[in-house]
Design a protein around this ligand. Sequence first.
Ligand code: NAI
Length: 647
Amino acid sequence: MTVDIARQGDLAIVTIDNPPVNATSQAVRQVLSDAVRQTSSDPDVRAVVLRCAGRTFVAGGDVTEFDKPPVPPHLPDVIAAIEDADKPWIAALHGSVLGGGLELAMGCHARIGAPATKLGLPEVSLGLIPGAGGTVRLPRLVEADLALDMVATGKPISAERALKAGLIDRIAEGDLLDAAKELARRTTAPRRTLSRPARPPKDPNAFAAEAATLRARARGQNSPVAAVAAIERALELPADAALAAERQDFLELKADPQSKALRRMFFAERQTLKDDPRAAGTARPLAHIGVVGGGTMGAGIAAAALLSGLSVTMVERDADALAAGQGRVGDILDGSLKRGKISPKRHAEIQAVFAGSVDYAALSDADLVIEAVFEDIQVKTTVFKALDSATRPDAVLATNTSYLDVGQIASAVSDPSRVIGLHFFSPAHIMKLLELVVPDRASPDAVATGAALGKRLGKITVLSGVCDGFIGNRIMSAYRREADYMIEDGALPADVDKAMRDFGFPIGVFEMQDLAGLDIAWAMRKRRAATRDPNERYIEIADRLCEQGRLGRKTGKGWYRYSGKTAEVDPEVTALIEAESARKGIVRKPLSDDAIMARILTVMQTEGRAILSEGIAAKSSDIDVVMVNGYGFPRWRGGPMFMAGEM
Ligand code: NAI
């Protein structure tokens, strides 16, 4: 680590060089505060440019210092020293200007950004708020509405938006340092952010409504609520008082178990594949991907691959199905274009590398093929036999099956070592999670290639062994079963859904089933009926609903009845549930929210421990990563295994 001070004419160029992201480690803070002193006392220095070496400006705090007691100089003091300096400090920003990095930049007297710079205060996602003046300085530079949004959601903004909003003063056309020096020459005196008045919202009512929405959306998470309060305070209190209150809140949140859980999740998501011998092979190069089946999943997977720059060939069973599949992909790409995620030029380039066919021969040069056809072992086996002869012998073959035995599917291929599972989540171009399923015979190279694809697509990839439902669906099946027990024991679907929502899930299990449709699970239960253990407790309520044509939202009725999108408790369902309890001689007893969640969590944890002991998952944090990123488990609670550990 270095902080270099170079003289160029009457300018001092202070360069932070602390790879990989120029974090504000203790050593950086120390040398920066020395730099303030040194440049202030040097009569030949008129102004200072603060910049970073490497790929980014300061992108945050030093995560390794997080759980240790803070060592001075503290960041707020360093920033205050810069702001109070009597010579102008110009921040030259490139890459990701995040967290403490943006706070540092806001303490400077002018800011210039490279065109691709992103600026944000993402502390809320780690259970925190900015603790070095971010919530007080930001609403002095930008309108309160934007400040509220940035601090409470943690979402970064572009350089262009930052310029329009007043967060930066200029965007460098050419060389950033040259442009920063030019700006420094034109800046005659320091203009201190804290001496500016706070910028009130354009429309106080809209601001209050947005604040209320953000508070409600937090559903139990503390940091967004604290973030909203901090911005409100910054508009009302003098700067000094607002700064003191911000620091106090920051320290309290840092000690909050929610922040601990979020920080652990941050690391867990980055370590899923680390040291796992199953993925220790060499990834094969990826350029051309095949997707068999263009339904919901196939289309999403194809779109994700195309958007990441890969060529894709889709194979469907007939021309009509192919046209429908290509249409689905087209809709996703059009959506990306409309939302400005891709340019018209990029959109056209992507179309040019997206092919479709009803003939497997079109996959002859594919590097990897993902099958996403109907969830039926016969259909999948036929597809893999066709892939066996149509593809290059070194191409990796993957199935997106939800529950079927990937090892059995691999047996359809002459070289099963090239078969893996790539279990995407719906919508596949949006959901971050990817379960990479590793059958016994899979080669480490095939697994490494699957992992490389996951990385290319920006997914969080978790390895899973072969079992019914892999990690996530296996745990979900277990807690769904428990939820069924609970409604027979005395709860109603609305009770279970409410308890889950209040716990922090975006949606409860019964609402979720109505959304997805009850028919798929019904078909699976019928398939398994013959092999079911007759002594196992079996709840027939869902079967009764399906027999009545109550297949969920798409039929207007399921666990609930629907008027439009609004779910209502249906007395018919309540009567049916009560009748089933009576038929089995169960005396119904109401269950409290706590009792419901205790039962759901216990089942998740028991199943999770079985998954670990069977070696299906390598570490308990992988299970938490799956539940948080695939099943709506509230991130700030850290996942079921983390909660078990804390207890
Ligand atoms: P879907 O029914 O929307 O699409 C299946 C597609 O496969 C259809 O377009 C069909 O024409 C095509 N197809 C069927 N047989 C074919 C064959 N022999 N050759 C070529 N194409 C053929 O189904 P969905 O939901 O996309 O599911 C596909 C797979 O992904 C299943 O294995 C499912 O279990 C799995 N999955 C589904 C998820 C979901 O949320 N829908 C999530 C994760 C996995």
